[in-house]
Design a protein. Sequence first.
Length: 373
Amino acid sequence: MRRRAVTTDDGQGRGPGAALVTIGAFARLSRLSAKALRRYDELGLLPPALVDPVNGYRYYDPAQVRAARLVAWLRRIGMPLARIREVIALEPGAAAAAIRVYWARVEAETAARRDLAAFLIDQLSTEDVMTSVGTLGIRYAAGTDTGAVRETNQDAVYAGARLLAVADGFGAGGAGASTAAIEALKLLAPGAVPAAELLNILHDAAERAALAVRDAVAGSGAPEESGTTLTAMMWTGSRLGLVHIGDSRAYLLRGGELFRITHDHSLVQSMIDDGSLTEEEAFSHPQRAMLLKVLSGDGPYGRLDVDVRDALPGDRYLLCSDGLSAVVDGGELARVLAGADGPGTAVRGLIALAEAAGAPDNVACAVADVVEL
């Protein structure tokens, strides 16, 4: 097949004599179909070097092959076209970092879906349609503190018989965002419901919180830069549901051991996940506050994690903002939680830990003990 050569000086560093190739030839070089190339041109992803003003034929510079193949590979890993447009405009090092962050998010979301699938399989396999029998309840307490550096408190916290929630606001509308997220959940806190229905309740709660945050920050000075994290638990019988987005955390103290049961949606967590950063390094990383998923004025930036867990008598749960977890390590959290004689004592002790560490941020925490009624 003949290849038609075109020479041009297009003002982009290609002088007379630079050979361009037809779309068909470029399709073979880049391993993309001509149809895909036309589509990517329409989307502004991969425009040709020259479009003939008379017949509309597209011509490509062979130097574009590398970008075209990168587009093809990014599509194969499922990256959305809008994100691909951002990545291919970056320098190689920055593009690699962007791909790493994207894939860490995919893996985290896949893990969350896997947990949900396992729960559904368990429910359907055992035909578990029991309703809450009210054999378990919780004792709870919550507290928040502005800290030693901030002038205002954008954290919000709530503890009740059916709901435990912490939200960490940011931006001009941060205080309103964190409060709105929790208020939306309070309207949907479940009563006695079938265990399998808890997933539907959690989904509704997540959607309601996202809408509430969007509306709350709509009138702030920079709504697109305002938002909140959200970590919440809802109780029904012996089951609890978890809704989570951002880097506020939920912990479980069981049998004397402390387990973190949420996954931070942050840049440093994605670097830990892919092995480029250790937990110790992450604790002092300068970008540890950079979030990948939040509730914002534009709606939820990323899908909320939703999970269902079994609660046992003697469990002690902690929800907290990063004003606590960013300055106090897990060993100290476990020590105070294990030694406290009740949720109120635990909350006061945890806030004191943050204050002893300098309290550079607002602090919010809620503690609940699972008890037999």
